[in-house]
Design a protein around this ligand. Structure first.
Ligand code: TNX
Length: 762
């Protein structure tokens, strides 16, 4: 006979399994140890208990969690507590650092201890994720027994926001700071100045915001095209805004209560067009005394440039107590310096070898200026051009694979790699994504980012101050879209910045699935991009069938159709395994939760053309990172999509494209489609000419057809991305070999790419 009651051992096992499952915290704590035994259960008398006023801010924060409302009570140290959450500082926990804490849940009490109030603060953020978010009160809510010991991996855990390209209201800045705190981030990099908007009040130079905070709105132009400062009296509509000194103080104080440092950025010596629209007299001048064009760069030979910036920095230092002050320093256009009399004089006097030294002269001046006032300079990594002051710190924004080389330069460095942590980049490859700057950094890539390069010598590792994600707002007009671009990638950022353990994508995925309803409750407009089905195609070389895989980054049920109808429809099927296709098909797919589609429907064309899987000989050399799968890229029945940097496109630089495809047997063909992509602003152009030739022996080719690009020249440089299939039709022709040539479009004074993908043969 079977026993009616489960054994005690089984009960214990079940309990500990359950407790483990429910402790889902982002970022992952250093150590979580589930314990056996009874849970802690809240009732109407549960209180927060403390014995030290240093713990009071954390106690208040805990008490104000949604639905918590727990009373705060005082006890003398060491007194036994029951039915309470005890918050206390413990000098013995120094080894956990200022941000570390321990969190123990037992049936009688929850005990939170830390060395420093910052640690208590982070423990409360952990508690926030353990408690329910509905405003229903906690009575009856149970917390399983466990121990947490936690501390962060990196000291600088940053998130940046560009408020120059688009102004963000101060209420939103506070919300943003709350978002950082929720994710245990501790540095808010406030990008207050850039070429098209000055956003911080400066008492000594009121023009900077009276004029420089506003720009003329121009229909159909991007804000930086024909940028023009708006001045009172102008009838045209204006756009902009700025933060008053009072607002800045408010933000800094708000952040400090959350253990967040606000690092201000004042761009110099470049990215400053707006400054010279306010003060044209500061522009570099040629030998006749005429001002040089406003390319956003300060004159390095004019003492007034330094005076203005020192005045600005004096006020910035008053408002911001941060150790680091960011001075920009990225992408400086230096050409004026070569033509400016004063800059040339400076160069001669100092015997500088080149323009990079002028840049260093400028940067190092402010390095000293800040150091004399007890602060540290940090700037984008381009400040290394020339000879940078050894004390200066760097913010590295190149690709993650270039990190080690920069760290070996020996400067303290914050890593903000453009390859992984640019939250202005796309989160999915779907054409439904709202316009972004370019680039592609999906959630999983952010999560998988490893800051410390394996090959980096131990001695240089200490140069890593930490990591940060950047949010540039060229295409982000306001808070709603900031939230879209930042969430949920901020959760992955938090993991990389805080957690020390092995990466565990399935666990992160599951934890984030649990966090999304909380984001909903917080009213956050997070992106559902991680629920957009992505298709990948693989050719089965034996059967020549196309295997189509559908997947989403975050867990969801996918429904698809092959008849063109919109899923979830009666004809939709749940996706359970890869599809094997014998002929071309249109796959439409969507992720569904509780019967509701989570995103727009994605459409994928599966194309089974006659050259699929053919042998390919390339007669050109794909460039650098744009090798994709080599010649096979052209016939893998996989289409590159509309992002040229996604590793699915072949890029050829300053060279004509040429490939020979060898079909399995003599085949009759009547059409060739040449897939290409263009972003003229990035130097990628459609070809000038395409030509198709055929052969039966692979040696003697006969040209069947050619195509000529008849666009008027010069072709404008724009950031728009276009894809095109250039189709060449001809009389049905039997062949074994097919040669495709594409000539690149020469452009005066610059390199030109051709980007090619599938060659579709029908
Ligand atoms: C480069 S990254 C910039 C920004 C742009 C960004 C767009 C850096 C230091 N400078 O000015 O907004 O690219 O992704």
């Amino acid at each position: 006979m079977k026993p009616l009651l489960p054994s005690a051992a089984f009960l214990l096992m079940a309990l500990s399994a359950a407790s483990q499952a429910s402790i889902r915290i982002i970022p992952e704590p250093y150590r979580i140890e589930p314990r056996s035994g009874q849970p802690f259960v809240f009732d109407d008398n549960t209180a927060i208990v403390l014995s030290d006023s240093a713990a009071l801010p954390a106690a208040k924060r805990l008490s104000s969690l949604p639905g918590a409302g727990l009373p705060i009570e005082w006890r003398s140290k060491g007194e036994e507590v029951k039915n309470a959450i005890l918050l206390e500082l413990d000098p013995k926990l120094e080894s956990l650092g200022e941000d570390g804490y321990t969190f123990r849940a037992r049936p009688q009490a929850i005990t939170i201890q830390a060395f420093h109030p910052a640690g208590l603060f982070y423990a409360v953020e952990t508690a926030r994720q353990l408690l329910p978010w509905q405003e229903e009160g906690l009575a009856g809510y149970a917390i399983p027994p466990f121990d947490i010991e936690d501390h962060p991996r990196f000291a600088w855990r940053g998130l940046h926001l560009d408020v120059s390209r688009h102004f963000m209201p101060v209420e939103f800045i506070k919300k943003y700071i709350d978002y950082l705190a929720f994710h245990k981030l501790n540095t808010f990099h406030w990008h207050l100045v850039d070429g098209i908007g000055w956003r911080i009040e400066v008492k000594s130079h009121p023009e900077l915001t009276d004029w420089g905070a506003w720009r003329v709105v121009k229909e159909g132009r991007m804000p930086w095209q024909d940028f023009e400062v708006w001045k009172p009296g102008d009838e045209r509509p204006r756009y902009g805004g700025f933060y008053t000194r009072e607002e800045v103080k408010e933000v800094v104080a708000y952040a400090r209560e959350r253990f967040i440092t606000v690092v201000p950025e004042i761009e110099l010596p470049g990215h400053s067009e707006v400054v010279f629209q306010c003060y044209p007299e500061l522009l570099c001048r040629d030998s006749l005394g005429a001002p040089l064009p406003n390319i956003g760069v300060y004159c390095a030979g004019n003492p007034d440039s330094y005076r203005l910036l020192e005045d600005v920095l004096d006020e910035v230092l008053e408002l911001f107590p941060s150790e680091y002050i960011h001075i920009g320093g990225d992408e400086v256009s230096k050409s004026n310096w070569a033509r400016c009399t004063r800059c040339q004089r400076l160069m001669a006097e100092r015997q500088y070898a080149g323009l990079d030294d002028i840049q260093s002269h400028f940067i190092n001046h402010f390095d000293h200026y800040l150091r004399d006032r007890g602060r540290k300079l940090i700037g984008w990594h381009e400040i290394l051009e020339g000879e940078l002051s050894p004390e200066a710190s760097i913010m590295y924004w190149g690709g993650a694979d270039g990190t080690a080389a920069y760290l070996r330069r020996g400067h303290p460095t914050v890593l903000t790699p453009g390859s992984h942590l640019y939250f202005d980049h796309y989160q999915s490859l779907s054409p439904h994504e709202p316009k972004a700057w370019g680039g592609y950094s999906p959630l999983k890539e952010v999560y998988e980012y490893e800051p410390v390069p394996e090959e980096l010598e131990e001695t240089y590792r200490a140069n890593i101050l930490g990591i940060q994600a950047n949010v540039w707002t060229e295409y982000i007009p306001g808070p709603q879209k900031v939230e879209y671009m930042v969430f949920p990638r901020i959760a992955a950022l938090a993991e990389v910045a805080w957690a020390s353990g092995e990466k565990d994508w399935p666990r992160f995925r599951e934890k984030l699935g649990g966090l999304l309803p909380r984001y909903d409750a917080m009213g956050i407009n997070y992106a559902r991009s991680a629920f957009r089905p992505q298709a990948s195609f693989e050719l089965d070389q034996d059967t020549k069938q196309l295997i189509a895989r559908l997947e989403t980054e975050l867990e969801a049920d996918i429904f698809y159709t092959l008849d063109g109808s919109e899923p979830p429809s009666p004809s939709a099927s749940p996706y359970t395994e890869p599809l094997r296709l014998d002929q071309s098909a249109t796959i439409r797919a969507v992720a569904v939760k509780d019967g509701q589609p989570l995103t727009e429907t994605e459409t994928f064309e599966a194309v089974l053309h006659k050259a699929r899987g053919a042998k390919v000989e390339l007669h050109c050399t794909p460039y650098g990172r744009y090798q994709a799968k080599g010649g096979y890229t052209l016939v893998d029945a996989n289409f590159g999509g509309d992002k040229w940097g996604n590793g699915q496109w072949l890029g050829i630089l300053n060279e004509n494209f040429e490939a020979v495809l060898e079909l399995d047997t003599l085949t009759t063909i009547r059409q060739v489609g040449f897939s290409c992509i263009e972003e003229t602003g990035a130097g990628i152009y459609f070809p000038a000419r395409v030509e198709v030739a055929v052969s039966e022996d692979g040696r003697h080719f006969r040209t069947l057809r050619s195509w000529q690009n008849n666009r008027p020249l010069p072709i404008p440089r724009t950031p728009d991305i276009h894809t095109q299939t250039i189709t060449l039709e001809f009389r049905p022709t039997a062949c074994r070999y097919l040669r495709v040539k594409a000539a690149y479009q020469p452009v005066e004074g610059q390199g030109v790419f051709i980007f090619v993908d599938e060659v579709v043969v029908e």
